[in-house]
Design a protein. Structure first.
Length: 306
């Protein structure tokens, strides 16, 4: 599929009709409620040129808008060499403004391990994130998502080193008015207790977490020991500055089940959450279905949560 065909297809409803503004309103795409819905760029990662597709990063806002979204979450991999390119960032803003799209955050990968045991590598990784903090500020995002990755070592060693690196990024983010949030994204970062201890040690209002519904476990041992995703999200909600909505999750016994979005969102809303829920699905049909389901939940719970 070439670029023009992809963008055209992205603007089609599941039934095949083009979604104009009236169609979006009819499907609840512009509904207001106790939380907001955004689209994570990784949901359609295979469509971008960097992964063999034909879609340019600058077209992401249009695809999001044509599928009923009003906000987007970028992945730095799709504009990796543009963090300091003022003209390019200005064009990103111009395009999104024209589509009526809000920028939420940038997910950062490829800058190294912020808890690397090697001090020089750790410092390089930390400082590599600074330019993305600056880019997020230029793009009017509220946050960047970082990975809490360390190296080999004990729980305490990884906790100490990762917290050290993370705290430096948080302090830089605070200077720029940008939140620095951690997703449960592999290694010890997938253990909610590890993330909770990091938040307690850093104790900064610009520090926070981005709970991913589908990626919790205990420690790093094998075979994997899973954590009930509902309880993990409940544990982390006091520090949550966003949510990442996946379709499936594992329970404590390892069973993989579909996420009950209403149950999950009630957990978040009961904790006072009123931010963005970022949809991270695979493909166009998935992102449409997820938005519709989350919007239906939003409308259902709206009378109870203001």
């Amino acid at each position: 599929m070439n670029r023009r065909e992809f963008v055209k297809t992205a603007g089609l409803a599941v039934g095949g009709a083009v979604l104009g503004s009236a169609g979006l309103r009819a499907q609840g795409g512009n509904a207001r409620g106790p939380y907001k819905i955004s689209l994570a760029q990784w949901s359609i990662n295979g469509a971008f040129t960097q992964r063999g597709g034909t879609l340019d990063n600058l077209e992401f806002a249009k695809v999001a808008r044509e599928n009923g979204y009003e906000a987007i979450e970028y992945v730095n991999q799709f504009f990796m060499d543009k963090a300091k390119d003022a003209a390019y960032l200005a064009e990103m803003n111009r395009v999104s403004n024209g589509e009526g799209i809000t920028h939420v955050l940038i997910m950062i990968d490829g800058e190294g391990r912020i808890g690397d045991p090697d001090a020089a590598k750790r410092n390089q990784a930390v400082e590599g994130h600074f330019k993305w903090v600056d880019a997020a500020k230029t793009l009017n995002c509220h946050a960047i998502r970082v990975n809490a990755h360390g190296g080999p070592g004990s729980w305490e060693d990884q906790l100490a080193l990762t917290t050290e690196g993370y705290q430096r990024i948080v302090e830089y983010g605070a200077q720029q008015g940008i939140n620095i949030i951690i997703e449960n994204h592999g290694g010890l970062s997938s253990d909610p207790t590890f993330l909770l201890q990091m938040m307690q040690r850093v104790n900064n209002p610009r520090a926070g977490v981005l709970p991913d519904f589908g990626n919790f476990r205990k420690g790093e041992g094998e075979p994997a020991e899973y954590v009930d995703g509902y309880e993990a999200v409940r544990m982390l909600m006091p520090h949550a500055k966003g949510l990442s909505a996946k379709r499936n999750m594992r329970l404590a016994d390892g069973e993989q089940v579909p996420v009950d979005f209403e149950r999950m969102m009630r957990i978040a809303l009961d904790a006072g959450f009123r931010g963005y829920v970022g949809v991270e699905y695979g493909g166009l049909e998935g992102i449409r279905a997820a938005r519709e389901e989350l919007d239906a939940v939003r409308q259902k719970v709206a009378p109870q949560y203001t």
